[in-house]
Design a binder for this molecule. Sequence first.
Ligand code: GAR
Length: 194
Amino acid sequence: MIKIAIFASGSGSNFQSIVEATRRGSLHAEVGLLVCDKRNALVIERAEREGIPVLVFDPKEYETKSAYEEVILKTLNECNVEFIVLAGYMRLLGSVLLNAFQGRIVNIHPSLLPAFPGKDAIGQAFQAGVKVTGVTVHYVDEGMDTGPIIAQSAVRVLNDDDRDRLQARIQETEHTLYPTVLQDLFESLKITNY
Ligand code: GAR
């Protein structure tokens, strides 16, 4: 079974949905590590409850991105991690991780990219008055929410929506889309490796 690390900075609802999919057996993967850049993030509690090892680091304690990414890479290698899943990790990846995990890093973003990249994509879509937004899963490169798109799912903005209601439906979509896309990806990786 493929061993993955999830990178997250926040509440970790996507982390939770991925872990639950592995437990149900609909996602054939083992979550071997959580990497988190915020000491008080809720996702850390979720990982501890699930018995998943956690690497927490404070980027401010390092002089460069490469310096903390070397620490992360060492732990990923020690844990035999084969694939990186970003789930609300609000930080750009640098060359250390991008080179070590080429083609094996994906991200989820709460908009139909290339629309509304960056922070608060849901608020951006709401403010823009679009009638359809959604969720994108894509490979990660050095840009902000750029990289080849793997899958997208549309979410309608309803006339009586407020930002929170829209967010709830987008997150619901994320929680089904991400585990499904990951399972498809891991199956195709298995085929390529034989
Ligand atoms: C998710 O909506 C994810 O798509 C978004 O952060 C949220 C994390 O929620 N990611 C980005 O905006 C990436 N640019 P969670 O911590 O509850 O999974």
